[in-house]
Design a protein around this ligand. Structure first.
Ligand code: ADP
Length: 611
């Protein structure tokens, strides 16, 4: 990710980022205007800094030859004592004003950029959540988290610590060159003789410093990885007596990382000292030529002083050039990572003609439905099905036959490769996602509870529900009694670091969550798997209540739930092998009947399973 980009690659990258987020940046214009004005004031004041010294030199210390140049000639008529006081006061005032300007420059930029980055981060997060499951399956979640938190902050930080000083140094340099030309173009030309030297030193060393520090970071990563790996598997390491082997690897990597650190420091020191020598060279040249011009009365001593001070101050920031450009390159990489996510379109998104779904009745049809996660490997192969509103359908079949995939298509987590899903006669892609998904509720095998109270977990995402409604949903889910028995009742925190509930209890909270939504369509994906018999009964009763009057899809391995449903779909390798009522399929004596008999036998003799 840290490509050693040069400024020519960095600037366009950052520019692109700015253009993409321009709608967020634009409203911050008052702050940005303040910051720019303060920056210009800062540059102006820096250019003026040596001038009080010049006044003291030319009009107080050596007034005899002071007014040979006509630039500040009127000052020659002033009382030297007054001039001295004025110049000294001006010196302090210039520094004071510069402090104020720098302060406002940094602070207003910091506020503006914080606001922008907060919004960038919000947009990024929102966008990430909307990206299809397909994207999230491919991406590493840790990497995405870094993009949301790390990359956004890094961009902001770099703006303040690198872009700002870089721009300000460049502007100061330009200002100083202009003033030098105005004072004496010959001497100005002589001062700029050293420019190419500066440039050469800066660019050459910058490149090397950047690649050395990149190498250093890579090595540090390797050191950390070795440590993390061995510590994570410490049991294995100790059991196999691998401590020494790991310690050797670690020591070697550590040593290499140390040499890289030294190399980076050495290069940085080299650059700094080279810049010092180049400055000395420039100073010597200017002093030599300047003194001659002063003797010939073409310049004043004060002018030479101004030149010398500019030379010293204008080129110091060059020493930090490597640091700034390195940081900018990293920021450009961060910007690129953020843009990458923002420019990824969700695969499942609203069609331009999509309209909000009306309140659905729940009639569902699958028409020659095909789906493949990867092109050429279909997981669902031409499914057809017709379900009346309120009907209950069991989907059974071996693992990997495509049951969960089918449910994902109903929820439009993915779109079909061919064919369609219709609800109430309409292709579900004609509905907006925001109006379709809230009409389908889901109970999964292991229900995830958020780190919040039970009440919030039940009512999550449903606006304006009353306590009575929450309780009614919990009663329907056979959950009210156990919730009421908890010391904090509905306010009990659950989820991460909250009260630990049993699997059956969590499942019943999830059922209450589905119940409160009052959706016409219900998807139950292995809702009883992994529960013990006692909890299972409570969950099954709750599910039965919940499914009343709703078009329900039940994916299950537990075939004892199946006889009560209206329709059974038996899938194998993405195809419907059999369908009909439970009775019809038993009579057909096909694969479903065989599976049902096997499961019933196992269920009646649980010891067979456990043995
Ligand atoms: P079931 O629910 O019947 O066990 P699934 O619908 O989970 O079956 O899986 C059907 C097939 O699709 C399996 O072969 C599985 O490996 C594959 N599959 C499931 N999810 C993905 C995915 N995100 N990417 C690629 N293949 C997948």
């Amino acid at each position: 990710m840290d490509r050693a980009a040069s400024l020519t690659q960095t600037v366009p990258g950052l520019w692109q980022f700015g253009r993409y987020f321009w709608p967020i940046i634009r409203p911050q214009w008052p702050l940005l205007a303040v910051s720019t004005l303060a920056l210009l004031a800062d540059v102006g004041l820096r250019v003026l800094e040596p001038w009080p010294m010049k006044v003291i030199f030319d009009y107080v210390l050596v007034p005899a030859r002071g007014d040979s140049s006509a630039r500040l000639a009127p000052l020659g008529a002033w009382d030297p004592a007054l001039l001295l006081t004025g110049a000294v006061v001006a010196m302090v005032a210039l520094t004071g004003l510069r402090a104020v300007a720098t302060y406002w420059n940094t602070v207003s930029l910091a506020i503006a950029s914080s606001r922008v980055m907060t919004q960038v981060r919000n947009q990024l997060y929102r966008h990430l959540q909307r990206l299809s499951l397909g994207y999230h399956t491919r991406a590493r979640s840790g990497d995405l988290i870094v993009r949301v938190s790390g990359d956004a902050s890094r961009l902001q930080e770099v703006l303040i610590t690198a872009a700002l000083p870089l721009v300000s140094s460049l502007l100061t340099l330009v200002g100083m060159v202009v003033v030098m030309i105005w004072l004496d173009w010959r001497l100005a030309l002589l001062s700029t003789v050293t420019f190419p030297l500066f440039w050469l030193a800066a660019t050459r060393f910058s490149q090397r410093i950047r690649s050395a520090s990149l190498q250093q970071r890579k090595r540090e990563g390797a050191v950390a990885a070795t440590a993390a790996e061995s510590l994570a598997a410490i049991k294995l390491v100790q059991a196999l007596s691998l401590e020494n082997a790991f310690a050797d690897t670690f020591a070697k990597q550590n040593q290499r990382s140390l040499s890289d650190v030294v190399e980076t420091k050495r290069l940085a020191a080299h650059l700094e000292r080279t810049v010092d020598v180049v400055i000395a060279l420039g100073t010597a040249l200017v002093l030599w030529a300047g003194a001659q011009l002063v003797i010939r009365d073409a310049l004043t001593p004060g002018d030479v002083l101004v030149f010398l001070s500019y030379l010293k101050n204008a080129f110091k920031p060059v020493q930090n050039f490597a640091k700034y450009t390195g940081r900018l390159a990293k920021a450009a990489a961060s910007g690129e990572r953020i843009l990458n996510v923002m420019e990824t379109q969700p695969e499942v998104r609203d069609r331009p003609t999509a309209r909000p779904a009306p309140i659905l009745a729940g009639a569902l049809r699958l028409e020659d439905l095909w789906f493949a996660y990867e092109p050429g490997h279909p997981v669902l192969k031409g499914l057809n099905l017709s379900v009346q509103p309120g009907q209950q359908v069991a989907i059974v079949g071996p693992s990997g036959s495509g049951k969960s995939t089918l449910m994902s298509l109903l929820l439009r987590l993915y779109d079909p490769t061919a064919g369609r899903v219709r609800i109430d006669g309409q292709d579900i892609r004609d509905f907006t996602l925001d109006s379709l998904r809230p009409q389908i509720s889901v109970v999964l095998q292991e229900s995830l509870l958020f780190a919040a109270s039970i009440r919030e977990n039940i009512a999550y995402g449903v606006a304006g529900v009353s306590q009575a409604e929450i309780e009614a949903a919990a009663r329907l889910a056979n959950a009210h009694d156990f919730i009421a028995a908890l010391p904090q009742g509905y306010d009990t925190p659950v989820g991460e670091r909250g009260t630990t509930l049993s699997g059956g209890q969590r499942q019943r909270i999830a059922i209450a969550r589905a119940a409160i939504r009052q959706t016409p369509i219900l998807i139950l994906d292995e809702p009883t798997t992994g529960l013990d018999r006692a909890s299972e009964q409570a969950v099954v009763d709750a599910l039965r209540q919940l499914a009343q009057g709703r078009t329900t899809f039940l994916i299950t391995h537990d075939l004892s739930l199946v006889p009560q449903v209206d329709h059974v779909l038996y899938l194998e390798q993405g195809r419907v092998i059999e369908q009909g009522t439970h009775g019809e399929l038993l009579a057909q004596n096909g694969p479903y009947a065989a599976l049902f008999r096997l499961r019933s036998a196992l269920r009646e003799e649980p010891s067979v399973v456990s043995r």
